[in-house]
Design a protein around this ligand. Structure first.
Ligand code: ATR
Length: 263
């Protein structure tokens, strides 16, 4: 029987993970089954346990269960500990392992685009789970300074306080969204504004050369403004493929080339 994999979430219909993993499998000559698994809000733990009890090899975790997955794991990678969220599960020696590949997916996507991260000054808009998940990988990729701008300033300040110790080579700084200004190499939209169709206004006092929207397949006022300014920009598709490649490589020990899936 083929190895069994699944992505668990609620809702789950929209997930692109099965097709991505099947495509990687075809390309690398691996045989697997990868299905979508819908869990009721209070049934995440039982669903994960049932999947692995039935011989499942690995799972991806999506909204709203990434924090619950983090809490469920016996063993966590460093980046999952810092993210406080897990998107990749597997079992080893009767223990549940968890990693978070989202941040590395973002770094891989921007690297594939040729965007320079070393010594960069980065502005991240938003201070939720999406931002928490990418700080450490961006710091590891060489970011010199990361400013976190949020509508609710206290959340950005809390994130800086929580994470500064984990990234001693990178200066973290909090900023209120209504005071956005400064010169940055790169701006990342990690808010859920595009998901809910809300506008995000980038003032003239803010300048940047590259703009990355973490959302994918949605109208984005953030990207519209980046296009109008003539800077380089990308939506979250590369990050989506990048995190899937990282998960695939954990489970199978083979890493498909991101560039092959970006056109
Ligand atoms: P996620 O886990 O996807 O990051 P989250 O924890 O709900 O989701 O965080 C959503 C982020 O988007 C927050 O930073 C939120 O700002 P607040 O902390 O002030 O709520 C931000 N956000 C959502 N809608 C926004 C909007 N219309 N304008 C600006 N920021 C917005």
């Amino acid at each position: 029987m083929n190895q069994q994999f699944a992505v668990i979430g609620n809702p789950i219909e929209q997930s692109r993970s099965p097709e991505l993993h099947q495509t990687f499998a075809q390309k690398t000559g691996i045989h697997l089954n990868y299905v979508k698994r819908l869990a009721a809000p209070d049934a995440f733990k039982t669903s994960v346990e049932a999947f692995f009890a039935q011989g499942g090899r690995g799972m991806n975790v999506t909204v709203p269960f990434k924090e619950e997955a983090f809490a469920l794991c016996d063993v966590l990678t460093e980046r999952a500990k810092i993210a406080k969220a897990v998107n990749t599960l597997w079992r080893e020696n009767d223990q549940l392992y968890g990693d978070n590949t989202d941040g590395q997916g973002l770094v891989a996507a921007m690297t594939a685009l040729g965007w320079p991260l070393k010594n960069s000054q980065i502005l991240i808009i938003g201070a939720g789970g999406a931002t928490r998940g990418v700080i450490y990988p961006l710091a590891q990729a060489g970011a010199r300074k990361i400013v976190i701008a949020n509508r609710t300033l206290s959340r950005a300040e809390q994130l800086v306080q929580d994470l500064q110790q984990a990234v001693p080579q990178t200066t973290l700084q909090a900023m209120a969204l209504n005071e956005l200004s400064g010169n940055f190499d790169l701006v990342i939209n990690a808010t859920s504004a595009s998901l809910t169709g809300e506008a995000l206004v980038l003032p003239e006092s803010l300048s940047f050369h590259y703009a990355y929207e973490m959302a994918y397949g949605k109208a984005s006022s953030f990207l519209d403004q980046a296009k109008a300014r003539g800077v380089k920009y990308a939506d979250g598709y590369g990050m989506l493929v990048g995190q899937a490649i990282e998960s695939f490589s954990i489970w199978h020990g083979v890493k498909p080339e991101l560039q092959d899936f970006l056109d």
